[in-house]
Write a protein that binds this ligand. Structure first.
Ligand code: AKG
Ligand code: FE2
Length: 521
């Protein structure tokens, strides 16, 4: 069900941690059986050695004893064979493997490992994290020479040399030598002092090999050369490394390094983003500072003149006027958010994004989502009615889409995008109820670090505040898309981020939001 896409949602990752608990249990059983088997082997060893210790001084005399002679012959003819050809070890291992295979369908795949590695590199980039600190379990940023601790997790889990090697290799295989160099450097220094471990894929030699080549690719020949020399020290007869070494020496003598290291060490812009700098700055700041007093931005208790809200007005915070973005505090209760999250779990699938006439999964949206109809759970209908009370909008299907519940994964994000359709052939029009006029997005969880909603052109970054809801108009009153609504879900640095989207379409709102020919309205 969640095959190959586990990394795209923290919910799926939680489920896989249950598989590991089961595996620990299987391994314990295996260790117990193997320990018992080895104890039996040891007992036999002691028995036979003691026998020989006993008869050592009087060998000839002892062999004359028919009982002694018989036991010797029996041992050599049968007992030793039973020990040496025992199938117990194989049976224990097979039991372990059968148990492991029973869980295989719920284990992460190679895509998950690669996706998780890419998630780490995304966090490194967007939050300008210090890789050396990150691999030690610390979330730190370097700003103008100062180290800033972005978040202090309650448990610090450092990465191993092999972990770093894997991240580096994912970058290396994608020909992203900028990240490869940084992660392989960590791998080399962490592998340095440690011994080989059963569970590891990589080794110091392999890390050196990949790092040398990555440096070569970034134009840093002298580092490539010195790493190759270090590698030869460990593996003197490696022909390929010897050849590389010659090549690097030649390159250096022909072309002494004028531009020194790092010249080609630029971050790759894989998913090209024109607004990348603004996006990342907004993600890094919690709610960008409004320095000038703006009387148009205010807070109030809001009822929208709906009798249903008279006794319980909602705290409204106007965050931006153009585009109009408001935050409704405590829009849902914690128990309601919980019910919505729980109802969504069975339906969670990899999120898609509109691409031409189709909807496909993409690296620029890393999450899982589920669509909840009114009938899924009483709370869904209740929340829909509350949206109508607050906004006056008709959210009945197909004037409103079903509630989309989203759970983000490792470094989960949604890069700058519009919620409304920007082309006539968009799949959003299949509901035949016009374009997405407004977005009502509920934060179903808080996030420890990262995961804000950033409005690129409005210079606004809204942290995920549990139970609150964000509302904005995507379209001008004349039906044109409002380019200023470009927004993004920043990568989740730490936490389990859940949101629910209710998208309201143009049709059905003719009397709630009247048209205007003024393009600025
Ligand atoms: O998660 C967020 O903060 C934004 C999500 C979003 O923009 C979307 O789902 O369309
Ligand atoms: Fe959006």
């Amino acid at each position: 069900k969640s095959l190959g896409e586990m990394y795209t949602s923290v919910m799926s990752i939680k489920q896989s941690s249950l598989s590991e608990i089961q595996l620990i249990h299987y391994l314990r059983t295996y260790i117990d059986h193997e320990t018992r088997r080895l104890e039996d082997v040891k007992r036999f060893y002691v028995k036979v050695s003691e026998f020989h210790d006993k008869i050592y001084s009087e060998l000839a005399y002892s062999m004359a004893n028919p009982l002694v002679a018989f036991s010797l012959i029996k041992r050599l003819q049968s007992e030793w064979l039973n020990v040496v050809y025992s199938s117990q070890a194989k049976e224990n291992l097979e039991a372990l493997r059968t148990n492991f295979e029973s869980l295989e369908s719920s284990l992460p795949r190679l895509e998950d490992l690669q996706g998780a590695a890419q998630g780490l590199m995304r966090l490194q980039d967007v939050y300008a994290l210090h890789v050396e600190a990150l691999v030690k379990g610390h979330f730190q940023r370097n700003t103008n020479g100062n180290t800033v601790e972005i978040y202090k997790p309650s448990v610090t889990i450092p990465l191993s040399g092999d972990d770093c090697f894997l991240v580096g290799k994912v970058a290396y295989e994608a020909e992203d030598y900028y990240h490869a160099v940084q992660w392989l450097e960590e791998a080399v220094s962490l592998f340095g002092g440690s011994n080989w471990s059963l569970e590891h894929d990589g080794s110091l030699e392999e890390a050196l090999d990949h790092l040398a080549f990555s440096y070569y690719k970034t134009g840093n020949i002298s580092s490539a050369l010195s790493l190759s020399l270090e590698l030869l020290h460990h593996d003197p007869s490696n022909k390929r490394v010897l050849l590389n070494l010659e090549k690097y020496k030649k390159l250096l003598t022909e072309n002494p390094p004028i531009v020194t290291s790092g010249s080609l060490l630029k971050r790759p812009n894989t998913t090209y983003l024109r607004t990348r700098d603004t996006y990342e700055r907004l993600c890094q700041t919690h709610r960008s500072q409004v320095l000038t007093y703006n009387p148009q931005l205010f807070c109030d208790y809001f009822t929208n003149d709906s009798p249903g809200l008279y006794l319980q007005p909602i705290r409204r915070e106007v965050l931006s006027v153009l585009p109009y973005v408001v935050l409704f505090h405590n829009f849902v209760m914690g128990t309601e958010a919980q019910s919505i999250r729980d109802s969504a779990v069975p339906g969670l699938r990899r999120s898609v994004a509109a691409s031409g006439v189709n909807q496909t999964s993409a690296d620029y949206r890393i999450s899982k989502s589920a669509w909840l109809k009114d009938s899924t759970h009483p709370v869904v209908g209740k929340v829909n009615r509350r949206i109508t009370l607050l906004t006056g909008l008709n959210v009945q299907h197909p004037y409103g889409e079903h509630l989309q519940v989203v759970n983000y994964g490792i470094g989960g994000h949604y890069e700058p995008h519009y919620d409304h359709a920007t082309s006539k052939s968009s799949p959003l029009y299949t509901l035949n109820s016009g374009n997405r006029m407004a977005t009502f997005m509920i934060y179903l969880s808080s996030v420890e670090a990262g995961g804000s909603t950033a409005f690129i052109h409005a210079n606004l970054s809204v942290p995920a505040v549990e139970n609150s809801a964000l509302f904005w108009w995507n379209l001008h009153r004349n039906g044109q898309g409002d380019g200023d609504t470009l927004h993004a879900g920043c990568p989740v640095l730490l936490g389990d981020k859940w949101v629910a989207n209710k998208w309201v379409h143009e049709y059905g709102q003719e009397f709630q939001r009247r048209c205007s020919r003024d393009p600025d309205e």
